[in-house]
Design a protein around this ligand. Structure first.
Ligand SMILES: Cc1cc2nc3c(=O)[nH]c(=O)nc-3n(C[C@H](O)[C@H](O)[C@H](O)COP(=O)(O)O)c2cc1C
Length: 327
C-alpha cells in the first residue's frame, strides 16, 4: 500500500477514533502490526487549538510510522490553514474527515454532513490539496442516507481534486453504527477510480479481513473498534493474509505485560488524574473476554491513584492464573 511517496509496511490501518486513538494507543497499534495509524480528529477551528485536548491530539515528530493527522471542518480556508499548521508540526499525511456522524460535528456542517454538498466538498479538498505539499487523504461514509448514497460521485470528485487515498466506511450517516457495514458500494468505488481505496467497517477478525479485501478489491483495510482491547489484531490479520494460518491466541502473560505498559503510557501522557480515567475504558476492553472480570472492573473503576491501578491489575492477573490452574 502506497500513499503518495509513503510506502506502508502493510495494508492495515488503525482507524482514527476520537478519545481512543491517542498517541499511546497509536504507538501500540503500530508496534502490534498496523501499517499506519491516523490521529484523532482535530477541529479546523483555530480557537480550540490551544485547549489541552487539542494540544494532546496533535502529532509529535518522534511518533513511529507515517504520521497521518485528521482534520475536520467545513470552511475551505480554515481547513487549508489547519492542514498547513499540522504539516508544520510534523504531519506527513493530512486526512480529511467526512465520515463522522456525531451531531456536535454535523451541526457545524462538517464530518459526514458534508457529503450532501459536493460543491463544498470540492472547495475544501482543492483548498487543502493546493496548500500543503504532503499527500492528502479523505475519509467518508457511503453517503448521507441509503437514499442519498453518493460515494461514487464523491470518490470521482476526490480523485479529480488530487486526493491520494480514500477510506470508505460501509455505512451511511443515517445508519450511524446500526446494522452491518456493507461492502457493495466500496467495491463499486474501487471499480470506478484509480486512487488507493481503504475499506472500513466491521472488520473484526482475520477471516473477515481477507473476505473484505477480496470482495471489494480494496488496496487496504482500516480497523477501528476491533482493535480496542486487542491492538494485536493487526499482527493476527497480517499473519493470516501472509500465510493463510491463524496465530494462536496471545498468551495471557503477554496480554498482561502489554496492558501494563499501555496503562503506564497513559498515566505519563495525560498525567495522573486524566490518565487514570482514560485507562479505565481500555482496561475494560482488554478484560471483556474474561467472564469473571465484572466485579473486578467495578472495583478497578473506583481507583483514583495511578500506582494503585497498576497494582490492582497485577493482583487481578495473579488471581486469574491461580484460579485457572485450579479449574
Ligand atoms: C469512539 C469512536 C470515535 C471515532 N472517531 C472518529 C474520528 O475522530 N474520525 C473519523 O474519521 N472516524 C471516527 N470514528 C469512526 C471510525 O474511524 C471507523 O470509521 C468506524 O468505527 C467503523 O470502523 P470499525 O467498524 O472498524 O470500528 C470513530 C468511531 C468510534 C467508535
Amino acid at each position: 500500500m502506497r500513499i503518495g511517496q509513503y510506502q506502508l509496511k502493510n495494508c492495515l490501518i488503525a482507524a482514527p477514533m476520537a478519545g481512543i486513538t491517542d498517541r499511546p494507543f497509536r504507538s501500540l497499534c503500530y508496534h502490534m502490526g498496523a501499517g499506519m495509524t491516523v490521529s484523532e480528529m482535530l477541529s479546523s477551528n483555530p480557537q480550540v487549538w490551544k485547549t489541552d485536548k487539542s494540544r494532546l491530539r496533535m502529532v509529535h515528530s518522534d511518533e513511529p510510522g507515517v504520521r497521518s493527522v485528521q482534520i475536520a471542518g467545513s470552511d475551505p480556508d480554515e481547513m487549508a490553514a489547519a492542514a498547513k499548521i499540522n504539516v508544520d508540526n510534523g504531519a506527513q499525511i493530512i486526512d480529511i474527515n467526512m465520515g463522522c456522524p456525531a451531531k456536535k460535528v454535523n451541526r457545524k456542517l462538517a464530518g459526514s454532513a458534508l457529503l450532501r454538498y459536493p460543491e463544498l466538498v470540492e472547495k475544501i479538498l482543492s483548498a487543502v490539496v493546493n496548500t500543503v505539499d504532503v499527500p492528502v487523504t479523505l475519509k467518508i461514509r457511503t453517503g448521507w442516507s441509503p437514499e442519498e448514497r453518493n460515494c461514487v460521485e464523491i470518490a470521482q470528485l476526490a480523485e479529480r481534486c488530487g486526493i491520494q487515498a480514500l477510506t470508505i466506511h460501509g455505512r451511511t450517516r443515517t445508519c450511524l453504527f446500526n446494522g452491518e457495514a456493507e461492502y457493495d458500494n466500496i467495491r463499486a468505488v474501487k471499480q470506478t477510480v484509480a486512487i488507493p481505496i481503504i475499506a472500513n467497517g466491521d472488520i473484526t477478525d482475520p477471516l473477515k479481513a481477507r473476505a473484505v479485501l477480496e470482495y471489494t478489491g480494496a488496496d487496504a483495510l482500516m480497523i477501528g473498534r476491533a482493535a480496542q482491547g486487542r491492538p494485536w489484531i493487526f499482527r493476527e490479520i497480517q499473519h493470516y493474509l501472509e500465510t493463510g494460518k491463524l496465530l494462536p491466541p496471545m498468551p495471557l502473560g503477554d496480554v498482561q505485560h502489554l496492558m501494563g505498559e499501555h496503562i503506564r503510557e497513559l498515566h505519563d501522557f495525560y498525567g495522573q488524574g486524566k490518565g487514570v480515567r482514560i485507562a479505565r475504558k481500555h482496561v475494560s476492553w482488554y478484560l471483556k473476554e474474561h467472564a469473571p472480570a465484572d466485579q473486578f472492573r467495578r472495583s478497578f473503576n473506583a481507583i483514583e491513584d495511578a500506582s494503585e491501578q497498576l497494582e490492582a491489575l497485577e493482583a487481578y492477573f495473579e488471581n486469574f492464573c491461580v484460579n485457572k490452574e485450579k479449574s
